[in-house]
Ligand binder design. Structure first.
Ligand code: FAD
Ligand code: NA7
Length: 450
């Protein structure tokens, strides 16, 4: 049996890890090849300074930026088979910067021979499914060597992420707006906005985090324009929310409440598109960012063609440990340890989850939904069990911390459900910490400890 995995971000790496865990337990595993279009693993966490196209002319995948600190407690994303304690050897704070989390992701996978399974600089271009042989043929571009070739698989795992291809709406007059316009996908740090009046469009995580970062690093003002509802945090002086922009003229944005204001720059924090240009249309997920994409049995198995599996396609409270639970489930489906019910039963199961999603009323319901979803996957596999319900409570507490103080919630500490370790207090309050390097993050702590 041959398994193809597209993408070596946290989800694709979780899939490799799941097979490795089975192998370590003495089970024969299939032949596996993972294709990654970047030159290294880590997906979003593999920071790139590039925007637009990469050095081979491929669309840049990365949307992460300098000074990005975890936007939820690390205790909520901890792998249940590789703790932060095991990796760092001592307690660290609850909200580490990107480089530290990247190091943690790498730490687990570097303990295996996973790199041997990955072909880097390799883009999946197209997938065909042959009904007669029940196999996928994947057309691949080795962009570093300018070679195109194909590989054939019995199962295909799509782990290409969904926070990479910008959703870029049009606003009347924006084509002649006199300031700069970019999408959050191309934001790489707050420096260009120091001393400037910034308009952010969007009302979710990117708007909040980029807005707060620009405020922290010295933007003159940050205005956030929402479509549906304001985020409603207790914003500091210099930050405010306004309803949606109706149009632009010159340097000025006009809002639907009749007010107007001049801005130097605009950043569209308007989310991302699920984008699968390498899949024929009948295999594409067509949903927007949501907690339960339609057509995916257990959020993983493509219902119309169960040899096709997707990881990490949900909107995410849970991340790394949920990807693991999905990958363990996917592995067991592929290896026949989990028998899929027939299509009618799968349809019913999907409908039940979609109805639950429909009934969600607030952010706490969202957390409960994803806790219950992840619980079901963990229970149906041998992924090491952990106190998911306590993690769910931590997510709710995190939401309350943000309501209390959007500039200081990252100074809070949480306790690991994996090890019982209470996070260390970071040496510098987040608002005053302008250096996000791992050296500073860990080095300073060492100094403090001694
Ligand atoms: P990705 O990380 O996107 O990885 C997908 C991989 O697939 C990439 O390496 C890409 O190069 C590869 N790929 C794509 N197309 C192809 C192709 N055709 N052929 C070959 N390879 C391909 N999560 C948190 O837990 N905490 C945070 O603080 C946090 N902050 C975030 C901030 C930003 C700005 C963004 C965008 C996301 C953030 N996330 C955060 C969520 C983040 O998406 C997940 O943590 C995680 O990276 C998702 O993993 P993934 O493997 O599913 O997707
Ligand atoms: P999200 O969470 O998908 O949010 C997208 C936001 O963009 C959301 O508030 C939308 O408003 C808004 N949006 C979308 N289209 C428009 C238009 N046309 N006009 C105005 N506003 C619009 O994406 P994020 O980038 O914030 O977060 C993605 C990930 O990155 C997340 O996991 C983080 O960890 C980092 P709506 O509320 O639907 O009206």
């Amino acid at each position: 049996m041959r398994v193809g995995i597209i993408g070596a971000g946290p989800s694709g790496l979780a899939q490799l890890r799941a097979f490795e865990a089975a192998q370590r337990a003495g089970v024969d595993i299939p032949e596996i090849i993972c294709f990654e279009k970047q030159s290294n693993w880590g997906g979003m966490w593999n920071y790139t300074w590039r925007t637009g196209l990469d050095k081979y002319g491929e669309p840049v995948h990365g949307s992460m930026y300098r000074y990005l600190w975890s936007n939820g407690p690390k205790e909520c994303l901890e792998f249940s088979d590789y703790s932060f304690d095991e990796h760092f050897g001592r307690p660290i704070s609850s909200y580490p910067p990107r480089e530290v989390l990247f190091d943690y992701i790498q730490g687990r996978i570097e303990k295996s021979n996973a790199r041997e399974f990955i072909r880097f600089n390799t883009v999946a271009r197209w997938v065909d499914f042959d009904e007669a042989t029940q196999t996928f043929t994947v057309v691949l571009d080795d962009v570093a060597n300018n070679k195109t070739y194909t590989e054939t698989f019995d199962y295909l795992v799509v782990a290409t992420g969904h926070f990479s291809v910008p959703n870029m709406p049009y606003f009347k007059g924006i084509e002649t707006y006199e300031g700069t316009v970019r999408h959050a996908h191309d934001f790489r740090g707050a420096e260009p906005y120091v001393g400037r009046d910034l308009l952010i469009i969007g009302g979710s995580y990117s708007a909040e985090d980029i807005g707060v970062q620009c405020h922290k690093h010295g933007a003159k003002s940050v205005t956030i324009s929402y479509r549906t509802a304001p985020m409603g945090f207790d914003w500091p002086e210099g930050m405010e929310e306004k309803p949606l922009v109706t149009h632009f003229e010159g340097h000025t944005a006009y809002f639907s409440d009749g007010t107007q204001r001049r801005f130097d720059d605009v950043i569209m924090c308007t989310g991302y598109q699920h984008n699968f240009p390498f899949l024929p249309h009948e295999f594409r997920l067509e949903n927007k960012n949501c907690l339960y994409p339609d057509n995916l049995y257990k959020g993983v198995v493509f219902n119309e063609q169960p040899r096709l599996l997707f990881l990490g396609m949900q909107d995410q409270y849970y991340t790394f440990n949920m990807f693991d639970a999905q990958a363990w489930f996917a592995r067991d489906v592929m290896m026949g340890k989990i028998t899929l019910p027939n299509k009618a039963e799968r349809d019913r199961d999907i409908a039940t989850w979609l109805a639950k999603q429909q009934a969600i009323e607030n952010v706490f319901d969202e957390v409960d939904f994803q806790t219950e979803y992840t619980r079901e996957l963990v229970d149906s596999t041998d992924y090491p069990d952990f106190d998911l319900e306590k993690v769910g409570e931590m997510f709710k507490s995190w939401q309350r911390d943000k309501r209390e103080d959007i500039l200081r919630y990252r100074d809070k500490t949480y306790t690991s459900v994996m090890t019982g370790t209470k996070a260390a207090k970071h040496h510098t309050p987040w608002l005053e910490e302008l250096d996000d390097s791992m050296a500073r993050y860990l080095g300073q702590e060492k100094k403090q400890a001694s």
